[in-house]
Design a protein around this ligand. Sequence first.
Ligand SMILES: [Zn+2]
Length: 496
Amino acid sequence: MPGMYEHSNKNRRKPTKFERFMSRYFPSICLVVLAVVCVTVVITTIQTVSNNLNGTPSEPIQMESTPTDGTGSTDGSTPSTPTTPSGPVMSDELIALMKEADFIAGGYNYTKAIEMLQAYPGYEKFKEVTDKISEYTTLDSQLVSFTDMDSITHIFFHSLIVDTKRAFDGDSDSKGYNLYMATISEFNKIMEEMYERGYVLVSPYDIAYETTDASGKTIFTYGNIRLPAGKKPFLLSQDDVNYYSYMIGTGDGKDKIPIFADTKGDGFASKIVIGEDGFPTCEYMDAQGNIHYGNYDLVPLLEKFIQEHPDFSYHGARAMLGVTGYEGVLGYRTKPSYAETIGQEAWEKEVEEAKKVAECLKAHGWLLVSHSYGHPAYGNLTASRVEADSQKWEDTCEYIVGETDIILYPHGSDINGPSKYTMSNEKFKALYEDGYRYFFNVDSKVAWIQIGENYFRGGRRNIDGYRMYHYPEKLSDLFDVSEVFDPDRPTPVPTI
Ligand SMILES: [Zn+2]
């Protein structure tokens, strides 16, 4: 279009000096500017990288995160900026100690957590540590003494069912498992729900203990449990932590023939062992005969839960584990007469292993207690037979699990009615003289506690298929049965 061309030509003017200069030199100017920018960027990057490699973070990173959360430089290098807000760099040892103290504080034992931190030489120089101490002091001041001791409930389980297919396979033991046992899935849901509802596991020694009064007389007195307002203490025990032959394999383990785990087992853990991490765990044989180690019963399951929720355990409390002696303890075939059939050496190995496991359990706060030697109903026995059974427990269990002053009555069968024990009760006298001070029967009430002059007694509630299926309302303070009940459990659950 010529017209347009002409039009533009008409408006053409002579370029200015500046425009001429620019048209000649612009490309060169651009190159120079670009080169300067590149060099600057490269130098800055090299400086930043080299600073970071030297452990001196560049400014924005350096600010807070390094010292306060304990994850900062631990290679001992000194930050080049002298204004680190928290003073000296913490050693790995101190960082680990703070983590440990935090776990202890999680269980409301702020006094111990503070003592742990204050035992570190020069702790005052670390602001993180002094801040933690102030935090624990404040939290401790917010705790309140739990006074409603009579309301403390005590629940108990038997061995937990790992494989419901094998436990409920219709053989002659299935009915008993359905009545008296809980499954792993049920146990996990129950703990989760009780945690949500504010329950906190305590030890019977937290509730009551023996002391002397002003006149020097031995008396029992209530302890001082201090928890955040609204939290509810509870006791937990497990009966028959023996992994009996009928549950783990073929045969009944009676007389001199011990039974070890085999593929005919009913889907339970076969023993407690020490895990690679030093915590107690379980051995389990599956239906194909493969051996597994892990969370196959109450001990490792609860241990794991508490590691994840330290506020579920008051001052590091764990459950009471009741053992009988007639087949050995904790899954080890330690009954003395087994030495005749498996050989002295093999039997001694069982004893040694059981001792190590018992020590490991106790080191982690578990209480190993008596559930009698032969599982008789003490209520129906004569005093001399109670005494004989108690003696047999001492002979077969005490040298492995250690002394105890706690007994979980087999079948929940108490030696007396609800009135207080006195020394005129021969059975009580025998058990008292054997060192027992804490006595637990089985009772369907939410809580039943009796504090005597020289003993403590309480009821326990069974958490099992029978209770859940037939009396769900009696468990509503703890959990909602409809949320917990294992669908693999055959119904109707039989009656006793
Ligand atoms: Zn029992």
